[in-house]
Design a protein around this ligand. Structure first.
Ligand code: NAD
Length: 242
């Protein structure tokens, strides 16, 4: 028996980076996965590479209509939703004074409103089944300060929203947790605009993380291995914030 046998998962931002690796790991663990992304070219490529257990749906996480379509497509295809990974996100390295209203609103729309819309959209199907796991990808910027003001604000919000949803959905046996990666080896890391050596120097483990090292924690939270874990933060940062 694999850890996600007979499970149906939606992973946002699944075209690239961590979302694509999570999709691959989930499929290896027995799941069928719907990956969504704003980038349809990369999304179609990833779905084709992952095979017939993966479907791509073009999706802007900040759109309520898009969420309704993603949920309906998943239910039409598979009849149930067991796992939602709210992974899509953007990262602008801008201080408070450098952040204009447009960047602020775009970051909130994708990183925060997207998570709200996603949790609300899958809740009816999970409640009907009386089970589900929602994994919201925050950041170490959702635990302490960061020189990326809007990003930091949204990642703290995701942490609080995850706790509130865990309490609200607990009686329906829907678990909600947040994951807080540190420096993960994806193109997003380059947005820091500093050489990797300078980032690595801040990490007690002495390296950035491979994407799979976050994906394994997300798999743990998606599966019944974490059946009594809900409402909490799971930090994957090599002790940067210890
Ligand atoms: P990534 O840029 O490789 O992936 C993000 C994905 O989200 C992309 O495929 C992008 O097209 C998609 N996306 C962007 N806007 C979207 C929208 N409006 N609707 C749907 N999809 C959209 O980055 P990643 O490192 O894989 O990031 C995944 C998550 O991990 C993000 O939430 C990010 O904030 C978080 N995170 C990353 C790091 C890191 O070091 N890479 C650290 C902490 C947290």
């Amino acid at each position: 028996m694999n850890r996600l046998d007979n499970k149906i998962a939606i992973i946002t931002g699944g075209a690239n980076g961590q979302g694509a690796v999570e999709a691959e790991l989930f499929i290896e663990a027995g799941a069928k996965v719907v990956i969504t992304d704003i980038n349809s070219t990369a999304g179609e490529e990833t779905a084709a590479r992952l095979g017939d257990k993966c479907t791509f749906v073009q999706h802007d996480v900040s759109s309520e209509e898009d969420w309704a379509r993603v949920v309906q497509t998943t239910l039409d295809l598979h009849g149930q939703i067991d796992v939602l990974v709210n992974n899509a996100g953007i990262f602008k390295v801008l201080t408070l004074e450098e952040t204009d209203l447009k960047v602020w609103e775009q970051t909130v729309a994708i990183n925060q409103t997207g998570v709200f819309l996603g949790m609300r959209a899958v809740a009816p199907a999970m409640k009907q089944k009386k089970s589900g796991s929602i994994v919201n990808i925050s950041s170490i910027a959702g635990l302490t300060s960061a020189k990326a003001h809007a990003y930091c604000a949204t990642k703290w919000a995701v942490r609080g929203m995850s706790k509130a949803a865990a309490v609200e959905f607990g009686p329906s046996n829907i678990r909600v947790n947040s994951v807080h990666p540190g420096f993960i080896d994806t193109p997003m890391l380059d947005a820091h605009g500093v050489p990797r050596e300078q980032l690595v120097a801040k990490v007690p483990l002495g390296r950035t993380a491979e994407v799979i090292e976050v994906a394994r924690v997300v798999l743990f939270l998606a599966s019944e291995d974490s059946s009594y874990c809900t409402g909490h933060e799971f930090v994957v940062d090599g002790a940067i914030k210890a």
